[in-house]
Ligand binder design. Structure first.
Ligand SMILES: [Zn+2]
Length: 484
């Protein structure tokens, strides 16, 4: 059933991709794939290494006369995202992906296709297997677990590869070259909860901010979208200042790497303030709709009666929590000095919740510049140190700072112009890529990322535009021809 793929061009790339679809390779369970890659390298008669996490490196010597050309690493990740439609009976640990051709596209029946990044693996293997291609020394690096933590790339030890340039084959738009990405780190702050009895005659409400778009904390951070944590905090801070509102519970935002879409607080409002306070809330509903009329036209602020509670946050704690939420930075902190329109540094105030007797604030920071990442982490941490919180910073992962003078990008761009008579787009992304992790142990590695066009990645709609595979192959061949 898969065999119709074998008529596609370039035939060696699709031969290998077809083989790969038969081998299970969910993230963190790549052993079969890792062993198969090792066996394939050996079968080709090439020097093959497998490190302790399962990354595989296969080395192919230069063709005669090209021994002094810059050594190049072709890199792709061997794991895939395993998503299927509800009605599809499929075992990702055993079954072969069922591919089919639909016009210009290669697709899978009811599951992810795994062209992210199986097609990158196949292109690298096709280079290793090619007897005609002329090139300098080549290594192919196949990493594990890109999709759920970049742990394969992180584990690649210094000295494992000898290449000076690295072509990452994991981008999803033909015609786009990526030359930088952001590193990331999480900052989580906790303060113990302290309660006190509700005083005076109060009414109780649930006040809620919802209907925001949210989005990815990296890719979407520059879109100006509302953050439910910030919008809720602004309301609560003013409600305390002007209407003596007290907070009994607060819960806003969800995932660390998402912009908060909704949040609520359970509050106590003195009876004599209720009417004015409700008018203020109605006003804020209008204000937010006006402020976010383009990015989040669906934003609403609502109030509904809530069951009475006996206790609210102790007053100085409430003040601390609301002050920290109002002051804590969120959004873009700096744009790139080298690439127009590229976000260099940002932070996401992801969530605030009361969990197991603590108020927990979760945030994440990103930057393509390590020192700037450290600075924004310190800034966010300080916001919470000022209220006496316990602050924990995750290990994080490094960014890949765009190098405007990259020789790899220059040669690849020249190759692209020669073939297609136009310029590629040269971009950076404000999210993590494996290249960021390589730059830690190989600071001088000259890197660029590109690949054929994929759509619907990480879902059963994943599809590969067939003709762009030939284009990427030709681009690699031309690159090898031009490289000195
Ligand atoms: Zn990928």
């Amino acid at each position: 059933m898969n065999e119709e793929m074998l008529n596609l061009k370039p035939s060696k790339v699709f031969y290998y991709f077809n083989e790969i679809t038969k081998i299970p390779r969910p993230s963190k369970r790549e052993e079969k794939m890792s062993l198969w890659l090792e066996a394939t390298g050996k079968k080709l008669g090439l020097e093959t290494k497998r490190d302790k996490v399962g990354n595989v490196l296969i080395s192919k010597p230069a063709t005669p006369g090209k021994e002094n050309v810059t050594p190049v690493v072709l890199q792709a990740h061997m794991d895939m995202v395993c998503e299927k439609n509800n009605d599809k009976v499929f075992d990702f640990d055993k079954d072969a992906i069922e591919t089919y051709i639909d016009g210009e596209w290669l697709k899978a029946k009811g599951t992810t296709l795994g062209a992210d990044d199986g097609i990158g693996v196949a292109m690298a293997l096709a280079v290793l297997d090619d007897k005609e291609l002329e090139h300098g020394p080549i290594e192919a690096l196949f990493t594990i677990d890109e999709e759920t933590g970049l742990t394969g790339a992180k584990a690649v030890e210094a000295g494992f590869m000898n290449g000076k340039m690295l072509l990452n084959l994991d981008s999803e738009d033909e015609g786009q070259f990526f030359i930088g990405c952001a590193g990331g780190q999480d900052t989580v702050a906790k303060v113990p909860v302290d309660y006190e009895p509700v005083e005076g005659d109060c009414e109780f409400f649930k006040v809620e901010v919802k209907g925001l778009q949210g989005g990815h904390s990296g890719d979407d951070i520059n879109k100006g979208r509302g953050n439910a944590v910030k919008l809720l905090a602004r309301i609560l801070w003013n409600s305390y200042s002007y209407h003596d509102l007290r907070v009994a519970d607060i819960n806003a935002g969800n995932l660390r790497n998402a912009i908060a879409r909704e949040g609520y607080a359970i509050v106590a409002v003195p009876k004599e303030e209720v009417e004015e306070w409700k008018a203020y809330i109605a006003e804020m509903d209008k204000t937010y709709k006006a402020e976010f009329h383009t990015t989040d036209p669906g934003v609403t602020v609502t109030v509904e009666p809530a069951p009475a509670v006996k206790e609210v946050l102790e007053e100085t704690l409430q003040i601390d929590v609301l002050n920290a939420l109002v002051v804590c930075p969120h959004g873009v902190a700096a744009m790139s000095q080298d690439i127009p329109g590229f976000v260099e540094t940002s932070t996401n105030l992801a969530s605030v919740k009361i969990v197991d007797g603590e108020v927990v604030f979760t945030t994440s920071q990103r930057s393509s510049v390590e020192s700037k990442k450290a600075a924004i982490v310190d800034k966010v941490s300080t916001t919470f140190w000022m209220i006496g919180a316990d602050v924990e910073n995750s290990d994080g992962y490094p960014g890949w700072n765009p190098n405007p003078n990259s020789e790899a990008v220059r040669v690849l761009t020249e190759a692209y112009r020669n073939l297609f008579h136009k310029d590629p787009e040269v971009l950076a992304i404000h999210a993590g890529l494996e290249c960021g992790l390589f730059s830690e142990k190989y600071p001088d590695m000259d890197m660029v990322s590109f690949g054929p066009t994929l759509r619907g990645v990480h879902s059963p709609d994943e599809k590969l535009e067939i003709k762009t595979v030939q284009m990427c192959w030709d681009l690699m061949v031309e690159f090898f021809k031009l490289l000195k």
